[in-house]
Design a protein around this ligand. Structure first.
Ligand SMILES: Cc1cc2nc3c(=O)[nH]c(=O)nc-3n(C[C@H](O)[C@H](O)[C@H](O)COP(=O)(O)OP(=O)(O)OC[C@H]3O[C@@H](n4cnc5c(N)ncnc54)[C@H](O)[C@@H]3O)c2cc1C
Length: 293
């Protein structure tokens, strides 16, 4: 299995989530089987996102490595956790041979007040570095349209730089639909001294409800032509899904032309959608890799 830092540029990576509740992992492994056949450079596994179980993240990340020989990344959030909680997970990661972590703050469930021992992702990164040195390769999240809580893009970038200076090896962006916004922000991040690879997070639109929810949850800007299509065909789920696949494909091709460091597909555990996008970008991705090697 390759280490992330031996991977080609642009990298091509996927994100999946564990099942909700105490369900069996059979469905998740069927999804991974399907995704693994597309030879991604890495598959990351969310931790408690969208209400999914936290219990299986480490086991699935380990399975991705051991069963498929693909680099597995475990997401890890710290909000509401004690140092002991994080210690226990780090021990579990080590004993399962998982050495790649996407270190996150996470969000407290509505109504919960306790922050635990950590207030920001930087505190988690600093804790892992202090306790474990370079045992883990750490990644962090970043926000081309700024994090919703940040008062300005500049402030958000200052805190992002703090995470980078603690030794993060790569950044994965929040989903976005407007490449111009991403490229402008990437220039600002570089000007702020951020040197780490910035991997673009792409979430294909698969339904009108999904895009409504995304806009509310993370405030992503939706280009007029995309919103127009979704509004016009709101009740034709097949049409919205097809247009979403076409848009994500086009978005990725444009990012490849604009020198992106990597593409991270939020797969939503829908390998059929990923496969369609893959068909549209694969040969272009490989040509770009050859040119940039
Ligand atoms: C690629 C990706 C994957 C994700 N995966 C998951 C997942 O698996 N599970 C999950 O629950 N959530 C996940 N999330 C969501 C994430 O947990 C939330 O967006 C969360 O609100 C912020 O996490 P963070 O690590 O970016 O936080 P931080 O880096 O801590 O930033 C959060 C806010 O605090 C500010 N800030 C940072 N440091 C400081 C400081 N020192 N002082 C004052 N303010 C500061 C920032 O500007 C920002 O506004 C993911 C997000 C992304 C982009």
């Amino acid at each position: 299995m390759k280490d992330f830092f031996e991977l080609p540029t642009p990298s091509y990576t996927f994100e999946i989530f564990p099942p909700k509740g105490a369900k069996s992992l059979d469905g998740t492994y069927a999804t991974i089987d399907n995704l693994a056949s597309l030879s991604p450079d890495l598959i990351s596994v969310t931790y408690g996102a969208g209400g999914s179980s936290r219990d299986n993240t480490v086991e699935i990340a380990s399975g991705i490595q051991n069963k498929y020989g693909i680099c597995g990344v475990a997401h890890l959030t710290c909000v509401g956790s004690t140092r002991e909680n994080i210690w226990a997970i780090l021990r579990l990661l080590k004993s399962n041979g998982v050495s790649n972590i996407l270190a996150l703050r996470g969000d407290l469930p509505e109504g919960e007040a306790s922050l635990g021992d950590f207030h920001h992702a930087s505190e988690l990164i600093s804790f892992i570095k202090k306790e474990e040195g370079d045992t883990f390769n750490l990644f962090a999240a970043c926000y081309p349209e700024k994090h919703l809580e940040a008062s300005s893009l500049e402030e958000d970038l200052r805190y992002l730089k703090e995470k980078c200076d603690l030794g993060v090896k790569g950044l994965i962006t929040q989903l976005f639909y407007d490449n111009d916004i991403f490229c402008r922000w990437r220039d600002q991040a570089r000007a702020a001294g951020i040197k780490q690879p910035i991997i673009a997070g792409i979430m294909p639109i698969t339904s009108a409800n999904q895009i409504d929810k995304i806009v509310t949850l993370c405030g992503a800007s939706v280009p007029t032509r995309v919103q127009r299509f979704v509004d016009a065909y709101r009740h034709n789920s097949g049409a919205v899904r097809e247009a979403g696949i076409a848009y994500a494909t086009e978005q990725i091709i444009d990012l490849l032309a604009r020198g992106v460091d990597g593409i991270h597909l939020y797969t939503m555990n829908q390998p059929d959608v990923v496969r369609r996008i893959d068909e549209g970008i694969r040969s272009i991705l490989y040509s770009v890799r050859v040119k940039r090697a």
